[in-house]
Design a protein around this ligand. Sequence first.
Ligand SMILES: [Zn+2]
Length: 285
Amino acid sequence: MPELPEVETIKNDLKKVILDKKIIGVKVGKKKIIKSDYGDFLRILKGGVFQDISRVGKLIILRLKGGNYLLIHLKMTGQLVYSSKRGCVKGGHEVRGMSDELPNKYSHVIFKFIDSSALYFNDMRQFGYLKIVGEDELKTIKSKFGIEPLSGNFKFEDFRNIFKNRSAAVKSVLMNQRLIAGIGNIYADEILFKAGIKPDRAAGSLEEHELKKIFKAAESVLKQAIKYRGTTFANYVDSRGKKGNFTKFLKVYGREGKKCFKCGGIIEKIKISGRGTRYCSRCQK
Ligand SMILES: [Zn+2]
């Protein structure tokens, strides 16, 4: 699933290409992807214009002229692909076997712009969604997200309070979107490796200096991931298909059974809240 760095990258890429262009057509192949009134969805978007794009956690927010917002969540396998005569901007989950042809059988929603460019929402497993909301509903939705790493409200004091008296595993707390927004399975594992903390430690058992390490690791891992345009991410600026990704920097995620870069021990895999979790038992305590 795309996490904060991937969604941030998609947001930044789309910002350069889709704003202030009239939407002249909206095609929906699978109605169940649309989580608001279907008639309203078409009526509001046809002839509409995206004026801004932002993000909260893993949720993409497109502001429409007239005061409504289009929300897009990519969930497990969603992709957003923008295509114009000049090339293609692609972001989201990379899916093996999905053709580069556009539209393809997974293109469930297509926006056509006045300059004959188009934005495709592709989703193999169809857990992703699109939804139109007004100002008030957006506020309510935003209020359900926890503190946002890399933003002004990401303060150590708030971060520390989140972990206090919690018996849940530290990894589960890091991934709880209502507490901290944007971190998923990949970055939770990477952050805890960098901090030297075992992922199944009870959150409430962490000492101040350990929480500080996690806080700092969260900031640096996410920043570096954004710099390298994320992990589950492919971006094609042109037909050469140049890829940017963070995969080569992963220390534990996807490395179970392999040697730890730090100590030479073997990376282990356990399950925490049903999610595969990789860690080094020598480096993480
Ligand atoms: Zn190690």
